[in-house]
Write a protein that binds this ligand. Structure first.
Ligand code: ABN
Length: 176
């Protein structure tokens, strides 16, 4: 009887020890750390994957309404870099540059109201250093370069003390 109780006690001990070990393996500190590590590494790898992060964000469509695109309606006779892509806006020069004293004028059609407008193109001068600016060459109404006033492939900054060309703005003067 004593022998039986001894064996029973040993078997019970073993069962408790192996249960505790298995539970430590499943829920122990090291296991928890290993799982957390896997989760963090997985998260880092997932965030580095090339997902389309702009999904759902408002994206501008290049065309007559987009003033950062050559197709913008006001740019119908613009030859140069867009100031909207060079630190300025469609009608103001970037800080550190100044508008040319002379300009080139074009007549552009605005599809939104179906009217024609006189648009004056000023070069922004005196600022150097730019990157990634969009260059456009649209020449509605341009004439061969024998006469400067009829040709738009001209650096209008030559009229200024500082002749370095930066970008071009488009100012609406009125309806044509
Ligand atoms: N009017 C823009 C421009 C500047 C330099 C050279 C050509 C055209």
């Amino acid at each position: 009887m004593l022998k039986f109780l001894n064996r029973f006690s040993q078997a019970l001990d073993q069962a408790v020890v192996s249960g505790a070990r298995s539970s430590a393996r499943r829920f122990g500190r090291r296991s928890a750390l290993a799982r957390l590590g896997g989760f963090l590494v997985g998260g880092a790898v997932a965030s580095a994957l090339p997902f389309d992060r702009a999904f759902g964000a408002e994206t501008k469509k290049a065309g007559p309404d987009d003033d950062t695109s050559c197709d913008y309606w006001r740019y119908c006779a613009l030859d140069g870099r867009l100031c909207t892509t060079a630190g300025g806006s469609k009608s103001s020069c970037p800080v550190g540059s100044e508008a040319s004293l002379v300009s080139w004028v074009g007549t552009c059609h605005n599809p939104a109201d179906k009217r024609d407008y006189l648009v004056s193109y000023y070069d922004c001068c005196g600022k150097t250093g730019y990157s990634g600016a969009t260059f456009c060459l649209r020449s509605k109404g341009e004439r061969p370069g024998y006469s400067m006033g009829l040709h738009n492939d001209i650096n209008w900054c030559m009229s200024n003390a500082n002749k370095g060309y930066h970008c071009t703005v488009a100012i609406v003067l009125g309806t044509a």
